[in-house]
Design a protein around this ligand. Structure first.
Ligand code: TEU
Ligand code: CA
Length: 555
């Protein structure tokens, strides 16, 4: 495998609106990120992915872009952005922007011109269809309801696979692609490290529009049914890569759901469309086309099998980007650890798995502190459009309000979007004003100020894990070594080797609250990390405490 500059990097996602506010308006800003660069550098991260900061009405929190060349004034200015890139560079940190090009905002100039003249140049930037024959197809938008909306003041409809304020751009039109490439290169010329590429699988539609079998009582059909039949995305992605990223040796991470196993090579192989893509195997486990209310909770055994199967699928091809959470998901510790068993030891165990598996780890802001889901008391506390739709879906399916609230509390994207917990000061030290979204009340105990100097904190443990990945003696093994499951059949034990050219590591994690005994493959080892203060060994057996995690070097 050809070595690339990003293989040994640790990335960190920032959701700017909730990261750090410097002017007291309750909204995080770019200056806030600059002020926290030393914190991130101390943690050991190399790449920052910024969720969108472009000009936007924020209907979907910036994933609805009104101008790809401007920074939203709520986040700052273009000078702030240039300063951030420069300040990050001084610390050896690369900045990734979010590339949101499946759709733009309905407030983008292109869309406004399409409304003014649907038959003109900009009408062809979107998918417009005559309204007189009813809906062109029965696809259900990701955020609920049909994908078609009247184009204001015309007899046409436009397509939006996400919210109606996010009209889909027509990638079949070469002029659209040219505009996108021009914008990407403009940003790369500023010195970006690359991009995280949003919702990209949706750019290729199965055309002409047609109905698919409906999967809910609304008569509509999930977009996933259409995507299964959409062929030819590779042509778009290769063209984009060679016209932009490849020329700069830029790093790209694709947000790809729905990739078929036989396509892995095309996406992230040596000549792949992207440098890497997120491993969403655990995220997708147990999901249901019916909605969140019908999702099945993941168990430790499921989690283990998800991770091992994706490691095995990818490791001869390329790299996955490993995540336990992001701005679209609940907090990893609340989602992947059983209720009632979320504590510092179990959080560190999950961290060990996340950082020691083969792949490029992407931490999400607050993950390094063990931030948890929000205890929502009422639907009025929810901001996210996706969550509001899922709440309605649950009610329509017959759940009571209390049951529906319980469901959305478990999965809501707002769990991850509550402000970053910097200290035990009011509003968690995130802002001196009123935060745009309520702070998780547990900030008094879970916050950065309390953890950075505490040897036993989740933060310090993440620092140690990251330092181990970078340690000159172990780096090659942790980055390039194969993942080989160990005692895969042993229940609630998630154990694996990382076999490198020179060294072999063994990671042992006890994914349950009760102790369990594990047979060692060899008696000679060195302990590189232990999330507990004890190590109970008798002969060639170790008895792991509940949620104990060990990283051993076999000698
Ligand atoms: O998400 C794409 C996507 O497929 C989401 O619908 C995802 O399945 C959902 O959020 C899970 O609840 C990306 C962004 O990450 C997301 O924040 C945006 O809302 C979306 O694209 C539209 O741009
Ligand atoms: Ca602000």
């Amino acid at each position: 495998m050809k070595k690339k500059w990003w293989h040994d990097k640790i990335a960190y996602q920032i959701y700017p609106k909730s990261f750090y506010d410097t002017n007291g308006d309750g909204i995080g800003d770019i200056q806030g990120i600059i002020q926290k660069l030393d914190y991130l550098s101390d943690l050991g991260i190399d790449i920052i992915w910024l969720s969108p900061v472009y000009l936007s009405p924020l209907a979907d929190q910036g994933y609805d872009i009104a101008d790809y060349y401007q920074i939203d004034p709520r986040f700052g200015t273009m000078e702030d952005m240039d300063e951030l890139i420069a300040e990050a560079k001084k610390r050896g940190i690369y900045i990734l922007m979010d590339l949101v090009v499946n759709h733009c905002s309905d407030e983008h100039e292109w869309f406004q011109k399409a409304i003014a003249d649907p038959e003109g140049k900009y009408g062809k930037f979107f998918y417009l269809e005559d309204a007189k024959n009813g809906l062109p197809c029965n696809w259900r938008s990701y955020f609920g309801g049909p994908c078609w909306e009247p184009l204001p003041g015309t007899d046409k409809l436009y397509l939006h696979v996400f919210h109606k304020k996010q009209p889909d751009l027509n990638w079949e039109n070469p002029e659209v692609r040219e505009e996108i490439y021009k914008n990407i290169n403009w940003w790369l010329d500023k010195g970006l490290g690359g991009f995280r590429i949003d919702a990209i699988i949706n750019i290729k539609k199965a055309l002409p529009f047609r109905d698919y079998p409906s999967d809910r009582s609304d008569g509509l059909s999930s977009i996933h049914n259409m995507l299964k039949e959409a062929d030819g995305i590779g042509d778009f992605l290769q063209e984009m890569k060679h016209r932009t990223f490849a020329k700069y040796d830029a790093f790209t991470v694709g947000e790809v759901f729905d990739a078929k196993p036989e396509e892995l090579e095309d996406f992230v192989g040596e000549e792949g469309h992207f440098s890497t893509m997120f491993d969403f195997t655990t995220v997708c486990f147990g999901t249901s086309e019916k909605g969140w209310y019908d999702c099945r909770q993941i168990t430790p055994e499921d989690y283990k099998e998800c991770c091992f199967s994706s490691q095995e699928a990818i490791q001869d091809i390329g790299f996955y980007a490993n995540v336990i959470e992001n701005h679209d998901e609940p907090r990893g510790v609340s989602h992947y650890l059983p209720e009632g068993e979320v504590n510092n030891t179990s959080k560190k165990m999950l961290a060990t798995i996340n950082i020691m598996l083969r792949g490029i780890p992407f931490l999400y802001q607050g993950q390094e502190l063990g931030m948890e889901n929000m205890p929502f008391k009422s639907i009025d506390e929810i901001d996210d459009i996706n969550t509001l739709d899922e709440y309605k879906t649950a009610l329509d399916a017959g759940l009571s309000e209390a049951e529906a609230l319980k469901v959305i509390s478990r999965y809501s994207r707002d769990n991850a979007r509550t402000p970053m917990q910097w200290s035990d000061a009011p509003a968690a030290g995130f802002t001196t004003g009123t935060p745009w979204l309520r702070v998780n009340p547990n900030y008094v105990s879970i916050n950065a100020a309390a953890q950075v100097h505490d040897e036993d904190s989740v933060f310090t443990y993440y620092k140690k894990l990251i330092a181990l990945r970078k340690h000159p003696e172990y780096k090659d093994t942790v980055v390039y070594g194969k993942t080989i499951p160990y005692l895969r059949e042993q229940k609630n034990l998630m154990a694996f080797y990382r076999k490198g050219k020179e060294k072999t590591l063994l990671i042992l994690t006890n994914y349950q609250k009760d102790p369990q005994s594990v047979k060692l493959p060899s008696e000679k080892y060195r302990v590189l990390l232990n999330n507990c203060s004890t190590l109970n060994q008798k002969g060639d057996f170790i008895t792991l405490e509940g949620y104990q995690a060990l990283v051993l070097e076999l000698l």
